[in-house]
Design a protein around this ligand. Structure first.
Ligand code: ATP
Ligand code: TZE
Ligand code: MG
Length: 267
């Protein structure tokens, strides 16, 4: 059954899903605040001693490789085991996966575990799709349009819904695709908003039957809140608190107004 973003936001706010977010040191506080403002219940639980058990009580798990280390990786695989055992969705954020041999190896092993959703910037998705990427560190340096074909191929090969973010976002499961407009140029000037969006994809996946609908709703929530926060912001600093306020103020009706456009999928 397909659910529109407004229905999913209503469900999210009615029963805030517990989301186990394994994310990087930069994002932990920012992402937790984003999740609470949007209407979800985040828990940054990552140690291998408890990650699998915790995933058994969470509505979804999110895994982000931003500040990678062997202990983090052990916790990620434990949490994924827990999510899979409980039949719950899990979301992958391949931060800077093009940058080093360690990141490339870790991210390949994670993709092989079958993420429900992969959310990254265009440089990261190009790299995961085996194409040339202009990415150097954590920020996207390629246009989303350049990663659309690779995103569809990655979706088909991995079985994940792939969400590519940037000025205009693109979501595909290999068969369906949409573009989402909105947001603000101040968003990429605020660190870890992409990481926070990955956590929100987990929250929507916890309440949705269809991972494609979940990714679209999470990205639309960010697009609408970002556009709202942009009004009156004079720079990235004043944008940040306005964005948190806007995430909380977004209504289900806001999500059904115009940000989401169907995109043709070539055979
Ligand atoms: N130029 C832009 N205009 C409007 N919205 C943007 C722009 N660039 C990014 N966004 C929005 O910012 C959010 C984060 O996407 P982005 O692609 O910057 O993630 P990211 O590179 O993974 O970020 P990070 O790794 O710093 O967390 C998304 O909602 C995206 O739509
Ligand atoms: C700046 C930074 N460095 C590693 S992770 C991260 C957060 C944005 O991806
Ligand atoms: Mg990122």
């Amino acid at each position: 059954m397909s659910h529109a973003p407004d229905t999913l936001l209503t469900a999210l706010r009615a029963t805030p899903p517990l989301v186990q977010c394994i994310t990087n040191y930069v994002a932990m506080n920012i992402a937790a605040n984003v999740m609470l403002a949007a209407g979800a219940s985040p828990a940054m639980v990552s140690d291998v001693e408890e990650a699998e058990e915790f995933a058994g009580i969470a509505g979804a798990v999110t895994v982000n490789i931003g500040t990678l280390s062997p202990p983090f990786v052990a916790g990620m695989h434990a949490a994924i085991r827990g999510a899979r055992g409980a039949g719950r969705p899990w979301v992958l954020d391949p931060v800077a996966c093009q940058a080093t041999a360690y990141r490339r190896a870790v991210v390949q092993a994670l993709v092989a575990e079958g993420p429900t959703i992969i959310r990254g910037n265009a440089s990261e998705i190009l790299s995961l799709a085996g194409e040339a990427s202009r990415g150097q560190g954590v920020d996207g340096r390629d246009p989303v349009a350049a990663a659309e074909e690779g995103a569809r191929r990655l979706a088909r090969s991995s079985g994940a819904v792939v969400a590519v973010t940037g000025e205009v976002d693109y979501v595909t499961d290999g068969e369906r695709a949409v573009r989402i407009e909105g947001g603000s140029p101040f968003m990429p000037m605020n660190t870890a908003l992409g990481c926070s969006l990955t956590c929100l994809c987990g929250a929507y996946a916890a309440v949705a039957e269809d991972a494609f609908d979940a990714a679209v709703a999470a990205l639309a929530h960010f697009a609408v809140a970002g556009a709202k926060a942009d009004e009156g912001a004079s720079g990235p600093g004043s944008f940040a608190p306005r964005f948190l306020d806007a995430l909380a103020a977004v209504t289900p009706a806001d999500l059904s107004r115009g940000a989401i456009h169907d995109a043709a999928v070539p055979a």
